[in-house]
Design a protein around this ligand. Structure first.
Ligand code: NDP
Length: 248
């Protein structure tokens, strides 16, 4: 049966890899992005070239109206929704808490917490068997920062991911009997461009000695975990926080 998936922040990095692997698994894919239309369209073309179906949808996860429009677009243009991956997330420049502005905190929490909550709400409305939906899966991309705290770098980011972990646990219990599984993947340090937005493009090289496996992770290693959590192979897994972090 045809089914679709929304992957937020799928124009590059971990989200892009999840979108490509979801298409391989047969999902029709909503490739969400905020600003990088060209990169999101390139992901769509890559999926289509491999015989899949995808659309790129611009929507800022910090804006409710954008999120509603994204879900409505999927309702009309793709097969029935079966899965959501709350992947879009931001870091800010490394700074101690004492130097964090209200504007920074509002931007961090609206993008990394409120957006995923609103997306989860919209997904549950469509997936819940109690509301006539087919059931499905939600995967939240958290971070090991949720338990490490990221002192002197970005405690705001770490706190946003801890909120995502709590949402994963609570929502998983709320919807366990209406056909929806909710899980989180907690990546360690992964080679993506997110570190450049924190002002340190080579951050993985600096911190990898703290990783028991002595290396950074690849986006595919995170995507495989997310797709496994959505699959039937994980049919009894819900409320799990799966660390994919090389042992860190
Ligand atoms: P990248 O910075 O490489 O990519 C971020 C993606 O999110 C882009 O597609 C970007 O779209 C999109 N995005 C950013 N802000 C918004 C927004 N407001 N609305 C919609 N889309 C948005 O990040 P990663 O791939 O590294 O990170 C993906 C997730 O994994 C994040 O949640 C991150 O916190 C988490 N993570 C990453 C780790 C790492 O080491 N890389 C470690 C632990 C967790 P556009 O380009 O169009 O703006």
């Amino acid at each position: 049966m045809e089914r679709s998936i929304i992957v937020t922040g799928a124009s590059r990095g971990i989200g892009r890899s999840i979108a490509l692997k979801a298409a391989e698994k047969g999902y029709q894919v909503c490739v969400n992005y905020k600003g990088a239309a060209d990169k999101a369209e390139a992901v769509v073309r890559e999926i289509e070239a491999a015989g899949g179906t995808a659309i790129a949808v611009q929507a800022d996860m910090a804006i409710e109206a954008d999120i509603l429009r994204m879900f409505e677009t999927v309702d009309t243009k793709l097969a029935p929704l079966a899965a959501l991956v709350n992947n879009a997330g931001i870091v800010d420049k490394a700074a101690p808490v004492a130097d964090m502005s209200l504007a920074r905190l509002n931007r961090m929490f609206s993008t990394n917490i409120t957006g995923p909550f609103l997306c989860a709400r919209e997904a549950v409305k469509r997936l819940s068997t109690a509301r006539g939906g087919p059931g499905g899966g939600i995967v939240n991309i958290s971070s090991v920062a949720a338990r490490l705290g990221s002192p002197n770098e970005y405690v705001d980011y770490a706190a946003s991911k801890a909120a995502i972990d709590a949402m994963t646990i609570g929502l998983s219990k709320e919807v366990a009997n209406v056909g929806i599984r909710v899980n989180a993947v907690r990546p360690g340090v992964i080679y993506t461009e997110i570190h450049a937005s924190g002002g340190e493009p080579d951050r993985v090289e600096r911190v990898k000695s703290m990783v028991p496996m002595q290396r950074g992770g690849e986006v595919e290693e995170i995507a495989d975990a997310a797709l496994w959590l959505l699959s039937e192979e994980a049919s009894y897994v819900t409320g799990a926080l799966l660390d994919v972090s090389g042992g860190r």
